[in-house]
Design a protein around this ligand. Sequence first.
Ligand code: ACO
Length: 343
Amino acid sequence: MNQSGVRIAGVGHHVPKGILTNADLERMLDTSDEWITTRTGMKERHVATVDVPTSDIALVAARNAIASAGIEAKDLDCVIVATVTPDYQFPATACIVGAKLGIPGVPAFDISIACSGFIYGLTVASSLVRTGVFKRVLLIGAEELSRIINYDDRSTAILFGDGAGAVVIESSEHDSFLSSELGADGSNPKNLYVEVGGTAAGPISAEDIATKRNKVVMNGREVFRFAVTKMIEATNIALERANVAPRDVTWLIPHQANRRIIDAAAKHLDMPPERVVINIDRYGNTSAASIPIALSETVAAGKLKDGDVILFVGFGGGLSWGAVAWRWNGDVKAAFSTNGKAG
Ligand code: ACO
């Protein structure tokens, strides 16, 4: 098999234009802007209208990434969508996105590992390219968490938003992929899950829907504890594998789940705040989309320079976690939209 390096050739994102603010949530629930801001760092999140499936916001992000890479959809060899809010139980949302991009026949599959989806996807896509299976892979993190949130539950309703981010990963002489560390532990899946709708709980009933058993349930304190521990562990392992010292990380791009979790991980890495990418105030937790949206915004702001070392790190349902160390190639410009057609 051919061995090659890999690089990100293009990046883009899209968030639907509807916005749910803390003030809106104050009207819906027993909560306050002050509580949400101090406990999470969130101010607002974007929410897609009900007629817009995940594949539509994924498609806009994908088109932006394709434009950013200066290629056409027909130049792609594979489409991967990381999501836990797919259009259908099956087929994979990646198949739908491929068809909407006008490239039926190109292999496509989903990765379902919640908020760790982009980290897993970046590892899988890079491996497929580095081993010569594909030359160019489109990786999208896309979620409409708003569809599976119980807006009567103040402990989860405030956290999540919708959005999509995408990268084009292609073979390259130089290798941007430095290392990866992935993990999962399904011993206590109910710490963060949707109870019904799968095969474990039997057919979904009218009562399930009335009692919101088809919506996200989370043990927030447990997930918080786990998140801080695993982000630090995964970071240490990925950096050691990459032979990179924490002080040589130029940018920390973490999953945006809670500002306090990000701050704890950044403190451990001794990263000054200006090198930690945070947009949680504007988007909330967009699960698999949060890291590529944050990357896309950082590129669009012209902050990334050739040779910068990025540490992507995330965690989520599973429970699952991961970190990827990546050396940036400086010739990429991001394309993005906040009010494209989808949303
Ligand atoms: N407004 C006001 N009060 C609230 C709210 C709210 N929105 N939510 C909870 N509270 C109350 C609780 O009822 C509790 O009250 P009590 O003391 O009277 O019982 C009090 O606030 C403290 O509750 P905690 O759960 O201890 O609050 P905490 O400081 O832990 O913050 C939070 C809760 C924000 C959910 C935090 O635990 C957290 O961020 N956890 C991790 C979430 C996360 O990262 N999820 C990842 C999902 S990734 C994926 O795969 C989808």
